[in-house]
Design a binder for this molecule. Structure first.
Ligand code: ISL
Length: 526
């Protein structure tokens, strides 16, 4: 079985992991210095958020050169050194590919602006004439995910499409030059030894050729970045051609290279289409991430996921957090209760069949930082919504490594690009390493057990009968996980009472009861 079927992949948010230069922004050399920490944590691979040259209008998701490293983060030789160091420690490296849009500073977009309407240069993007008497209205009514119209007008009166910020013009994937360029970009990084790609906005590359207005049938309650059926730009059938093409490129390389799609597609059948045998290997499972802390919601997400993937044979992925969503400690209720639930969620996630993702700081139990001063907030989602949406800076605050005051060893600069809360003194990796009851110790122990047990990685999942507020399942014949999402203690399910406890997210009650918001891993007698 290829490594990515059961891998645990750690997401490194490059800007916020470790700063080696003292400019307050994380960088590749900073990551190299911390690779031993990741190896000791026990993960199999890292996924790096975009580190390419970029004006940083959307934290690097606005790429101006797909074949180099942003000087803030280092250079190509730092990248090569990172690859070498990671591989020596047995860690694979997955990088982020941003194919839906470039930066407005990309040479292609500059050339498009300099060229006239209907030129070869404009054909790589979606330039159109406007509506209204003199073209003063946007070509259609699409809204940007970050707020406002998805169209911006240029000097000669034409408009261009940007599903995200105006500094992120969408590429036209019907243009063969665009297709060929990305083939080449994939090869550039595969030749440098990368183990795979995370595909940004994988459900968004194809647009309705007529660029029709938003149809009436769409549900306004569904978040604007989530696919719905017959949508003019999400999850259209044409995107699959791109992925078949990329699969054949990856397959032509030695080793097991992997793709993981960021595809916000909740319909399990439509989701599975990205993972057909000749398309992408895996995709983030946002159904699980979005589920509230509730046994039946979580069980529903798990069942839908496993059921949806059964026919395509792709492994499930499990994700609790990333750089776009509020941290799970906060989503699950903040404070002591949020942390308690996040600890239990860790054991749940790491005992489900498939691969799992850990977002940096999740292993430290970091919470969402809500009090970042407005003038320091960087996310375009905040500024473009006029502050109505707090944006995603709160989950992107730099890592606390050591010491008892900010910047907690992240940087030698006293002011990292986002400020860290002083209360993180108790959450540093250094403080948690010494404490066997810490979140970091829980993640380490769980990962050690997971890697030592074949049944946890490859065994089937079988649900056990339990109370409505409890999730209980076996993996193979020798292992079970029980999660109590309710507030009251419950006895372990019949049959597990004599099992040996391997790990618990919090201490069990007297008589072996499972307290509220607690999970336990048990070994079953042979
Ligand atoms: O983060 C979101 C809502 O909180 C989504 O709208 C998000 O923008 C969407 O999931 C696409 O995300 C990816 O592409 C964006 C970038 O801003 C995100 O960081 C990235 O993960 C544009 O490249």
């Amino acid at each position: 079985m290829a490594w990515w079927h059961d891998a645990v992949i750690y997401q490194v948010y490059v800007r916020s992991f470790a700063d080696s230069t003292g400019d307050g922004v994380g960088d590749l050399r900073g990551i190299i210095a911390k690779l031993p920490y990741l190896a000791q944590l026990g993960v199999d691979a890292v996924w790096l958020n975009p580190f390419y040259p970029s004006p940083q209008k959307d934290a690097g998701y606005d790429v101006s050169d797909y074949r180099d490293v942003e000087p803030l983060f280092g250079d190509l030789s730092d990248f090569d050194n990172l690859m070498g160091a990671a591989h020596r420690l047995g860690l694979r490296v997955v990088i982020d590919l941003v194919p839906n849009h470039t930066s407005s500073e990309h040479p292609w977009f500059r050339a498009a602006l300099a060229a006239p309407p209907n030129s070869r240069e404009r054909a790589r993007y979606l330039f159109r004439d406007g509506r209204g008497e003199s073209g003063e209205l946007p070509p259609n009514d699409w809204q940007s995910i970050f707020g406002g119209s998805a169209w911006t007008r240029v000097g000669d009166g034409q408009w261009y499409l940007h599903l995200f910020a105006p500094e992120q013009p969408d590429l036209d994937w019907t243009d063969q030059g665009v297709v060929a360029e990305f083939d080449d970009i994939l090869r550039f990084w595969l030749d440098r030894g990368v183990d795979g790609f995370r595909i940004d906005v994988a459900h968004g590359l194809a647009k309705d050729p007529a660029l029709v207005d938003m149809p009436d049938h769409l549900d306004p309650d569904i978040p604007p970045w989530v696919a719905q059926s017959r949508h003019p730009f999400w999850d259209r059938d044409e995107v699959h051609e791109v992925y078949r093409r990329w699969r054949s490129i990856l397959d032509s390389y030695p080793g097991d290279r992997v793709t993981v799609a960021e595809a916000w597609v909740y319909d399990p059948t439509r989701f599975a289409r990205y993972l057909r045998r000749d398309e992408l290997h895996t995709a983030f499972n946002f159904t699980f991430l979005m589920a509230p802390w509730d046994a039946s919601a979580l069980r529903g997400a798990i069942d839908d996921t496993l059921e949806g993937l059964r026919d395509v044979g792709a492994p499930a992925t499990w994700v609790l957090a990333n750089h776009d969503v509020a941290r799970e400690v906060s989503r699950y209720g903040d404070g002591a209760i949020g942390l308690r639930r996040a600890r239990a969620a860790c054991l749940l996630m790491l005992s489900l069949p498939g691969s799992a993702y850990i977002y940096q700081g999740e292993e430290l139990g970091l919470e969402e930082v809500r009090d970042i001063p407005p003038e320091l907030r960087q996310d375009p989602l905040y500024s473009r919504s006029g502050g109505a949406d707090p944006g995603r800076d709160g989950c992107r605050v730099p890592m606390p490594w050591t010491g008892d005051a900010p910047p907690f060893g992240f940087s030698s600069s006293p002011s990292p690009w986002l400020p860290q809360p002083p209360t993180w003194a108790a959450k540093t990796a250094e403080a948690q390493e010494r404490d066997p009851a810490s979140m970091l110790s829980l993640y380490r122990n769980a990962l050690r057990i997971r890697s030592s047990r074949e049944d946890l990685r490859a065994g089937g999942l079988q649900w056990l009968d339990t109370d409505a507020s409890v999730l209980a399942f076996t993996r193979g014949t020798g292992f079970a996980c029980v999660v109590n999402t309710g507030p009251e203690p419950v006895p372990l399910p019949a049959g597990l009472a004599s099992a040996r406890v391997r790990l618990a997210s919090d201490p069990l009650g007297r008589g072996g009861d499972l307290p509220g918001d607690t999970a336990v891993w048990v070994e079953l007698p042979a």
